[in-house]
Design a protein around this ligand. Sequence first.
Ligand code: GLC
Length: 483
Amino acid sequence: MKSRLSLLFSATAILAVLAGPLAAQETAAQRDARMAWWREARFGMFVHWGLYSGLAGTWDGKPVSKTGGMEWIQNLVKADTDTYAQRAIPLFKPAPGFAREWARLAREAGCRYLVFTTKHHDGFALHDSKVSDFDAGSVLQRDLVREIVEATRAEGLKVGFYHSIIDWHHDQYEYARSTQAPHPLRGTPYPNGTRNHERYIDYLHAQVRELIFNYGPVDVLWWDYSAQDFQGQEAWRAFDLMNMVRARQPGITMNNRLFRSLEAGWKAMGTDGYATQLDPKYGDFITPEQHIPPTGMPGVDWETCMTLNTTWGYSEHDHAWKSDEVLIRNLIDIASKGGNYLLNIGLRADGSVPKETVNSFRAIGAWMRVNGESIYGTSASPFSKLDWGRATRLRDGSAGQGRGRDLLYLHVFDWPKDGRLQVPLASRVGRSWLLADPARRLKVAAAKDQVVITVPAQAPDPIASVVVLELKGEPKTAAVNDR
Ligand code: GLC
């Protein structure tokens, strides 16, 4: 069995080298079709959950830190895998049906997709892996990936696999080859003497293969992550890996984290180290982390991933929850710049969702139920700046030919005290209404370089109220704007 497997691997590798990256063979139109759902979705749930969840930011009875990523706890306390596993495994007790709660919450919040950690840096795989015994199959006799995929699909959401290419547990992972990629044993000699990183890469490919072959369609592969001194073909045989995934899952969308170079959308290490460019052979979208870019990036697909407090994995010590206002306005801000928002939840070890998290996602859901059409399928704002808030644009039908609907959604954060919403627009406009009260028309007056909409005295929503404005022809932004 094993030799046939390795034959298959070398055949795939040879084919990959001969063919070059499959992504490079795709036309722009094919790419647009493949990316269509993702561009329309705008909002996804990110889930960090694994062995670290039970430790919850505590080691030796003390908080490791009150802020920052507690999924990194093994690295923070510099534990080897045996010590880490011995403490974490007894605490990791997923309840039956645990995933239904998060999938339902994601749908209620208006998320269109859910990306979850199939394996984080600690190396513990949530599926039933035939090539490892550091996995849910061996430790819990369960396939948690299958349970999560089924729950997610049952709610009608797209499914994404986060997969860490960094692996702190594998005994052939040559951590000494990078000074930038984290490892709990960094600076100490390999406990097993020498290592052969190629064998780790075989293992990485074998596990990814299990994930993309055994769980039906996978919509997103969210790789995490490369360093400038450890990336791409050298560190992960990245093009072969991507080709294998694409060959099996032609419709899949992948991020850019198998690489860390300028052409791949990175200018540095660090959470705001992204660059505003991406050659599609390195992935489909760039991944600003904990950071909203100051402007949109025409021609580049991007997704901001962000925590609700300051950690990705659950911590019992982190209470720095973002307010509903911050979260809802972030979602709007991102949509107004043409990006997606991947908002994280860190679950407890039994798979349950902390109450603060439930409340935040429900608040977003309540807003989305009224205002979701101003987010889904929209494109970036034509204005470079608006004093009172943000805008998105929706074009139905054949764009540019004056047919179909052409709408501007005006997200008002600061409601006008005089009841006059001033829009710096020089184009012809039609009707206007509030998404919170769609049956009632608002008065619209167009003067030179300015459209004034008369709005009610009270904002329908103190966080963000959406005024819709019909456009007749291309939006001509006036004065301060121009993009
Ligand atoms: C990072 C971290 C990690 C987190 C991820 C999410 O690179 O290493 O813990 O999973 O980003 O974007």
